[in-house]
Design a protein around this ligand. Structure first.
Ligand SMILES: [Zn+2]
Length: 152
């Protein structure tokens, strides 16, 4: 009789999000109380023109991350870049002004995150790569039909 190897349970995705959020809080926003960070509700639409990757509710102070990012194929730094962006709304307010953008660039993986979404937005939108012509930043548009990633 051989002993069955004990399966080590993988952390559930809520734990992964909590760990990533705690790291962002500790590194960049330690002087503020931590905010609740949760996955948003799944929407069944497969092919989209836009995707809102994160949101911050100033009434509840809750950060929500799009559930499409709840996948092992999404790099941790990209999810953290969204959490960081939404924390900045808590600290700096709603507008994406110069001050906001300057703070955003302090995230250590800012450039990699921009590059990752430039290359992978089509996957999140359920598109073929040829449909998109990436531009600068997180916004990409094909000639006819506007498609974009939006951070709120
Ligand atoms: Zn925003």
């Amino acid at each position: 009789m051989t002993a069955m190897p004990t399966a080590i349970p993988l952390p559930v995705s809520d734990d992964r999000l909590a760990i990533l959020a705690a790291d962002v809080h500790r590194t960049y926003f330690a002087k503020y109380p931590p905010l609740p960070v949760r996955w948003g509700q799944q929407i069944s639409r497969k092919r989209r023109r836009t995707i809102r990757l994160g949101s911050y509710n100033h009434l509840t102070t809750e950060i929500r991350i799009h559930p499409l990012l709840n996948s092992p194929t999404i790099p941790a730094y990209f999810i953290q870049s969204i959490i960081h962006h939404e924390y900045l709304h808590h600290v700096l307010g709603a507008p994406h002004n110069r001050r906001f953008r300057a703070h955003e660039r302090r995230f250590i993986h800012y450039r990699e995150s921009q590059e990752w979404i430039r290359r992978n937005l089509f996957l999140l939108l359920g598109r073929k790569k040829e449909e998109l012509q990436p531009r600068r930043g997180v916004v990409a548009r094909p000639p006819a039909e506007p498609v974009q990633a939006a951070l709120f």
